[in-house]
Design a protein around this ligand. Structure first.
Ligand SMILES: *Cc1c(COP(=O)(O)O)cnc(C)c1O
Length: 378
């Protein structure tokens, strides 16, 4: 049996007629950028995310850049974030001319640790970017408390966690400003690139909208050097249809994750830690095991795709060598990058596929017990 890490076609086929009708309507309208689909999508997703303002952008990376600029972050400033995230989180910080400062993560949730973050605050710190990694909310109360005491901005990287809740509130609208991506593989994915900024702050919303649109509020009159970072009508029309399904899809992800966790924890595999006060939307389903590379190779050999997120933590990336971090500086993130493995996870994953994957992990664990490595004397 072949099981992909994610199957985007299955989701498309389940909505094919609706999506093709929406695409046809946009094509017939003659309006392809900045039209009514984008306007309605922004209203609908603001309501979904419980944010006062939603501003669509060209992608999640731009959302982070625009959010940082709107908060006034630039050269000479430091922004603290996680080393265990997709590169774009730190890239955006460097792109606006600021310095990324990496603090270690929590060993249970893989999210940025509030304690480690506070220890890295300097007079130059301007903002913190907690990332809701793999779909699990970061400890927002702790970050908001730190932000208040040190007068910092909290910019949520919610690119992997749209729909997740923290103490009953949707992530992305809990901090000062939040960033979302509609890259096709995200929990709410378009059929191209797309992004969003969420905020309850009118001033920040105005700045983001200005910057995303060439620094202009009135056509051909410009107040700032901005960007061309907009969502298009086709993506907005598609995302409006898919947004209606997001809570249902996230529920299906959770059911599949619970099934994995129930079966795999009995085999001695490390499964995702969950908390009672937040929901996890399982953008990725990550297990932790010392023999990660062997298990990964074995699963691939029986047709099961796996993913390594993230093989090189950001403080050890070549491009950040100038920041002076070395191996051993952030041990929790480094250990996670060596031991975690993503298993297939998408709402349409079948019970048959899951049983196949679990049976092979079971086989691997049993063989491991029976065949101690050479040099082991038991
Ligand atoms: C996907 C992602 C981004 C970037 O989003 P794009 O739309 O691909 O630019 C940023 N941060 C995290 C955590 C992501 O997963």
């Amino acid at each position: 049996m072949k099981v992909p890490l994610i199957d985007l076609r299955a989701q498309y086929l389940s909505l094919k007629e609706e999506i093709l009708d929406a695409i046809r309507a946009v094509m017939d309208s003659g309006i392809y950028v900045s039209g009514s689909e984008v306007e309605r999508f922004e209203q609908e997703i603001a309501a979904f995310a419980e944010a006062t303002y939603a501003i669509s952008t060209a992608n999640g990376t731009d959302s982070l850049i625009l959010a940082l600029e709107a908060c006034g972050v630039g050269p000479g400033d430091e922004v603290i974030t996680s080393p265990y995230t997709f590169f774009a989180t730190a890239e955006a910080i460097a792109r606006v001319g600021a310095t990324p400062v990496f603090a270690d993560i929590d060993d249970k949730t893989y999210n940025l640790s509030p304690e480690q973050t506070e220890a890295k605050i300097s007079p130059k710190t301007k903002a913190i970017i907690p990332v809701h990694i793999f779909g699990q909310p970061a400890d927002m109360d702790a970050f908001l408390d730190i932000a208040q005491r040190h007068h910092l901005y909290i910019i949520e990287d919610a690119c992997q966690a749209l729909g997740a809740t923290y103490k009953g509130r949707r992530v992305g609208s809990i901090g000062h400003i939040g960033c979302v991506s509609f890259f096709p593989t995200k929990n709410l994915g378009g059929y191209g690139d797309g992004g969003l900024v969420l905020t309850n702050d009118e001033n920040l919303a105005k700045k983001v909208r200005l910057l995303a649109n060439h620094g202009s509020t009135r056509k051909y009159y410009h107040e700032a050097i901005g960007y061309n970072s907009r969502l298009d009508e086709l993506q907005a029309a598609i995302l409006r249809i898919k947004l209606q399904k997001l809570d249902e899809w996230n529920k299906l992800r959770k059911e599949r994750a619970d099934f994995y966790s129930d079966q795999l924890s009995a085999l001695g595999v490390g499964v995702p830690h969950t908390t009672s006060d937040s929901s996890h939307v399982y953008h990725m389903y990550m297990i932790e095991i010392k023999e990660r590379d062997e298990l990964s190779a074995y699963l691939n050999s029986v047709g099961v795709a796996t993913g390594h997120y993230y093989p090189c933590p950001l403080h050890l990336q070549n491009v950040f060598a100038g920041l002076g971090y070395k191996q051993g500086d952030l041990p929790v993130a480094e250990a996670a990058s060596e031991r975690t493995l993503a298993l297939p996870m998408f709402p349409e994953l079948t019970a048959e596929q899951q049983r196949y994957i679990i049976s092979h992990i079971k086989k691997f664990m049993e063989n491991k017990k029976q065949a101690p490595k050479r040099g082991d004397h038991e």
